[in-house]
Design a protein around this ligand. Structure first.
Ligand SMILES: [Zn+2]
Length: 322
């Protein structure tokens, strides 16, 4: 009898260690990269969209600065003969692309309200009836499109909300340090904004990160190449969707700090690395080679046990197969 009692704690420890090592195998989670910072996360009956931006308009230059580089003006668009957009032009979603890839959404979470994160959200929210969670800037955008209050959840950062089958900690964050740290904006989309909106009117409206807890998975999502150290410190996601565009290089020890603060997640997938000004069928080789692959190499050195790979647009990733 006495011996059995001695064994109990060891049996318990053995059980714990087995559970941790087989995390991925117990997962029912599926991820799909929608391009830019956009993802579809689904588990059983629940579908969550993050920053779904599928229109991928042919924008010349940037939405956040008047300066248009000569290289952007002279860009060879290949056989993409869609309309060119400049930042003063009015945005309209590419509904045929959205309709062919989005069939269902229960919730939409948005990191910030720049066009490449938020511009398709009013249309997708109306189409799916999803509840949308984001900043006051996002809520103003949604209300201007006639979305009912019941579908809108406004957050500031710091909330920790349960949605039944999953929960989410909303984390205050920082935007990427664009243009060698010259980017700064404290603007929000105003209450009385008129639609349609010009591309430049999709201002940041503060930045967030999300820490999702599903049954067997914890996912930390990023919409930018930046973070607030104290907000992510001590989180233990098994999946990190890590901002990996080149503005990460303006941040001190970006990858090393990001991974060590989040306890070296077992799955690290680069996000926001693609060229989102071209359609899904265009090549992403150049963007992958200049942004995602160098990030993946950094991850392999810093966290050799983690699984890290390039996500392919619209291709489903089954976490339990990794
Ligand atoms: Zn942005």
């Amino acid at each position: 009898m006495k011996n059995k009692h001695y064994l109990l704690p060891f049996i318990f420890l053995l059980f714990i260690s087995c559970t941790n090592s087989s995390d991925n195998k117990n997962s029912n989670l599926k991820l799909k990269y929608l391009g830019a910072a956009g993802w579809e996360i689904s588990e059983q009956e629940t579908t969550v969209l993050i920053d779904p931006y599928l229109s991928r308009i042919k924008l010349v230059g940037n939405s956040t600065t008047k300066t248009v580089a000569t290289s952007a003006l002279n860009r060879d668009w290949g056989d993409d003969n869609r309309q060119k957009y400049f930042r003063d032009d009015y945005f309209s979603p590419d509904t045929s692309v959205i309709n062919s890839h989005i069939t269902k959404a229960d919730y939409i979470f948005v990191h910030h309200t720049h066009f490449d994160h938020a511009a398709d959200v009013p249309y997708i929210a109306k189409m799916t009836g999803a509840k949308v969670i984001g900043t006051e800037s996002l809520s103003n955008l949604l209300r201007s499109h006639g979305l009912p209050n019941e579908q809108i959840i406004t957050v500031k950062g710091g909330e920790d909300y349960s949605f039944g089958s999953f929960s989410v900690k909303i984390l205050p964050s920082l935007h990427s340090a664009l243009r060698k740290k010259q980017y700064f904006s404290s603007e929000s989309i105003p209450k009385d904004v008129k639609i349609p909106m010009q591309i430049k009117e999709f201002v940041e409206g503060n930045s967030l990160m999300f820490y999702f807890r599903f049954n067997n998975d914890k996912i930390l999502t990023m919409g930018s190449m930046n973070f607030l150290e104290n907000e992510i410190k001590g989180l233990k996601p098994n999946i990190l969707l890590a901002g990996s565009a080149n503005s990460r290089k303006d941040i001190y020890n970006y990858t090393e700090r990001l991974l060590s603060l989040t306890n070296f997640p077992s799955i690290i997938i680069p996000t926001h690395w693609d060229d989102f000004r071209v359609t899904y069928t265009a090549s992403q080789t150049k963007a992958a080679e200049s942004k995602a692959f160098p990030f993946i190499e950094e991850v392999k050195i810093l966290s050799p046990k983690s699984k890290t790979f390039l996500p392919i647009h619209l291709k489903t990733i089954h976490i339990n197969n990794l």
